[in-house]
Ligand binder design. Structure first.
Ligand SMILES: [Zn+2]
Length: 204
């Protein structure tokens, strides 16, 4: 048994909703654990992650929820390829561009000025679905903002075995190796510690 490890891992967040979304699958010793495996699991993930506009764009009927799920799985692959291309500073392939292009058209937005009683002014964005999978559009927006703003040298996959998750290294030195210190970082440190211990034990 792998215990709760995959569940803990799949609840970790990465500052960008796009990364949270791409990182919804993780490799373990007993195979891949995928938070988007079934429509129900995916829906639960969206409820927890609440991407922008989720309240407005959440589909109600079962057929629409299924469409959203199928599109989500496709889009996750396209977003992975987008990150891959950006990190390698290579051009994005046409199929990926097409997938992203489609998805951004699934939701329409309008903006309102919200004026508070104490001189506060804020812009609120309202979303309107034009496709059952509209809830994915704001996640794509976030992915585009991410690749436009992050230094490609700091956009990388986790170096731990059995983890392919993406992260943006915001550390001062820019030499972070793991997506998360709590899980992958600690596991890697524990493995190193054990190896050192065994070597010392063997030498004694
Ligand atoms: Zn990791």
């Amino acid at each position: 048994m792998t215990g709760n490890f995959p569940q803990v891992v799949l609840r970790e967040r990465f500052d960008w909703i796009a990364l949270d979304f791409v990182n919804t699958t993780v490799l373990t010793r007993s195979g891949t654990v995928d938070a988007l495996e079934t429509a129900t699991q995916f829906f639960a993930w969206m409820e927890r992650a609440t991407p922008p506009g989720w309240r407005d764009l959440r589909p109600e009927g079962l057929p629409d929820r299924r469409t959203l799920h199928v599109e989500a799985v496709h889009l996750r692959m396209a977003m992975d390829r987008l990150l891959e291309a950006r990190a390698a500073r290579s051009s994005v392939d046409q199929a990926t561009v097409h997938a992203l292009q489609r998805a951004i058209g699934w939701a329409r937005t309008s903006r309102d000025l919200e004026v508070g009683a104490h001189g506060t002014v804020a812009i609120t964005t309202r979303y309107e679905a034009v496709h059952p999978a509209a809830a994915l559009a704001p996640i794509v927006d976030d992915a585009i903002r991410l690749v436009a703003s992050a230094d490609p040298a700091r956009l990388r996959r986790c170096r731990a075995d059995a983890c392919l998750r993406w992260f943006v290294d915001t550390s001062k030195g820019g030499r972070r190796a793991w997506c998360s210190m709590t899980t992958c970082g600690n596991r890697a440190k524990a493995t190193r510690y054990r190896a050192r211990h065994e070597r010392q034990g063997g030498a004694a």
